[in-house]
Each structure stands twice: as C-alpha cells, then as structure tokens.
Design a protein around this ligand. Sequence first.
Ligand SMILES: *Cc1c(COP(=O)(O)O)cnc(C)c1O
Length: 420
Amino acid sequence: MSTHSLKQFAESKKITSFHPPQRTLMGPGPSEINPRVLAAMSLPAIGYLDPIFVQMMEELKSLLRYAYQTDNALTFPVSGPGSVGMEACFVNAVAPGDKVIVGRNGVFGGRMIENVERAGGTAIVVESEWGEPVDPNKVEDAFKQHPDAKVLAFVHAETSTGAQSDAKALAEVARKYGALTIMDAVTSLGGTPVLIDEWGIDAVYSASQKCISCTPGLSPVSFSDRFVERVKTRTDKVHSWFMDLNLVLNYWGNTNRTYHHTAPTNSLFALHESLLVLKEEGLENAWARHQRNHLALKAGLEAMGFKYLVKEEHRLPQMNAVFVPQGVNEAEVRKILLNEFNLEIGAGLGPLAGKIWRFGLMGYSCKPENVMLCLSALGSVLSNMGVAVKVGEAEAAAHQAYAAQHAKEAEMKLKRLASA
Ligand SMILES: *Cc1c(COP(=O)(O)O)cnc(C)c1O
C-alpha cells in the first residue's frame, strides 16, 4: 500500500476499540473460555526467563502430564496452534525416505499425509470412510506389506466427523512392528480419556482451544523417551529450526534455560489456569460431564428427527455430527443461529460440506445451558422455515435424559454409601 492509500484507509473509517459480541460457541472449536482463564491472561507481563515464570512453566508441565496421564519428561506446550504441534511431531519423527503409515478417516488425517510428504517421507495411506474409525486390521495389513514403516500416525478424535478411533489397539499394532506412534489428540484431550502411557503413544499433540477451553494458539505435546532418543540420533538436521526438539529442549527441558524464542507468556498463564481448572474438576469428572451433556443433546436432536453420522459405539461426546434435513438451506440456518441467537455451530467439511452440522460440546462450552439453548434455537429456526419439528419436544427429551442420569447417579451414590 502506498502512504496515500494507507492514509485514506485510516480516514475512511473511524476505528474504535474492538468489542466482540458474547457468543455461545458450539462449533468444532474454539470453545468458550472460563472467566478465570481470561483473567489470568490479563495479568502483568513478565520475562520468559524470569525465575517466577520458570517456576510456573514447571507447574504447567506437571499439569499437562496429568491431563495426558503420562510420566513423559518432555511434555510442554508448543508456541502455536494445534497445526504447529502436528508439524512438530512429524518434522522430528520423519527423516527423508522414511515410510509412515497414516490412517485417514477425515480432514485431519489428510493433513498428516501432507506433513509426512513435506518432511520428505512416504505416506502409506490406510483409508476409512468419513465417519468410521481407523481400522486396526487394515493398519496391520499395511504393516505386513511395509514392515519397514517407521511410524504410525492417526487422529484419535476426528473433528470433521465426530468419530473416535481405538488408540490403544492402533498403538499395539505399531509396537508389534517396532514403529513409533504419533497421535492427534486435539479434540479428545480433556473431553474423553487420553491415556498416553497406558496406550503406549510416542508422540501426541493437542490444542488449547478445544476441550481445554483456553485461548487458541498453544499446542500441548508429549514425547516418549523412545521418540526423543530417535530425534537425538538422527544423522540429518531436523528440517525446521523452530520445531527441532533438540533446540526446544534448551528452553523447555530441565537444564539451564536459554533463549530459543520468546514464549507467549500471557497465553501460558491462561493455559496454566485452564489446566488447573481441569485438575480441580478431575479428569474423570470432566469426561463424565462431556458424556452427560452429550446424552442430553443427543436425546434432543433425535427427538427433532436428526440422525447421527457416526455409529453410537464410535461417537465422540464432544463432537456431534448429524445430517441436515432434506431441502433445508444449512448455511442459512447457521447464519440465523449466529445473528439472532448468538450461537455458533459447525458446518460439514470436504465430502460432508452441506450435508452435516457439527455441534461441539467442548470444555467450558459443555454445559446444560448451552444444550438447552441450542435445541430451542434450532427448533425455533427450523419451524420458522417450515420444517416439521415440534417446538419444545427436543427440550423435553433433553430434560428426560438429564433426569434419568441424575436418578442413576443418585442410585449409585446410595449403593456406595450402603457398601461403605
Ligand atoms: C482443530 C484441529 C486441528 C488443528 O488445530 P488448530 O489449532 O486449528 O491448528 C488438528 N486436528 C484436529 C483433530 C482438530 O480438531
């Protein structure tokens, strides 16, 4: 832009402070943020080598180990969104010429293939239908054909479809063939069990803005000793300066911290707080909360006649993908929900564009008030469009689902008391 047009831009519009509206976020992420986390983010800046900050980093690493259920020493947040965490795993694991078996059952498996190829590796792709989990038998067949494959990569919770893959079974196959496992836990972490040590996952990445409900821009990762050993013994240089674990270790590792890049300090305060919120709630309670609200949302959506894309046994509670009713302008519905109800839901991607809606119930967004607002807003918009939904029936079904779960929990509590 010339100085002339820059000046025109500044004069053409009076620019004031930016105040976003208060939205209910029920898409594929970002999720809403707990006010405690926002408050932590607005605390005064300190240096990233300040001893007080360094202490906070140690706590942050230990909170992340809890979230990931791992003892991995190398567990820390990468400065960057989930995609940077993804890239960090691949660029460190994959040397030129390496074969990597990638399970693809949605958008993010496709990105993994891109990462393998950009790192100079060869991707052996194991395809599954969108909406299905990655099949451990097909993965085993791929290893039989390519026993020299060094890595297996798959997405645990495919956000583009709402399907969950059996991470434990997949990692077992990889170990049998002496390969490392890279797992995408972006949408699963904090919403459903992610048991890194028990399952034997070597490299995992997530993102701050899904079920952890922090601000976007951080990617928690964790690496097994096996993985670190492999990166340390590579004979070539890792093809990214920023993500080379050998260098990052000097900042996030345990020894004398030295400058690598300027850590996003205030975002890290926020992540510390959001993980503390998760620890205070307890992982198992967080998983149960996602399940409880999912069952209520599901009851409501089904009462309105919606059908889920994913079979019940593979469904993620935090990502509900349902088919758009015939003849409905799905983009128009989302627009009205946003403009009139301040409610954001997700659209379909790739082959599912225009065919499904995705209702996220992630982290701080996963609460009864959101479930009820969503059902009632959706019912209202659809009936205004002439779709045959009975307004109120979905809310009644959701209420029943909550009540049934309450009764079950009360009964279990009584049993526990009686046996104590
Ligand atoms: C959102 C998402 C990503 C990418 O995370 P960004 O923070 O958007 O870069 C990767 N994988 C899955 C499964 C996701 O849902």
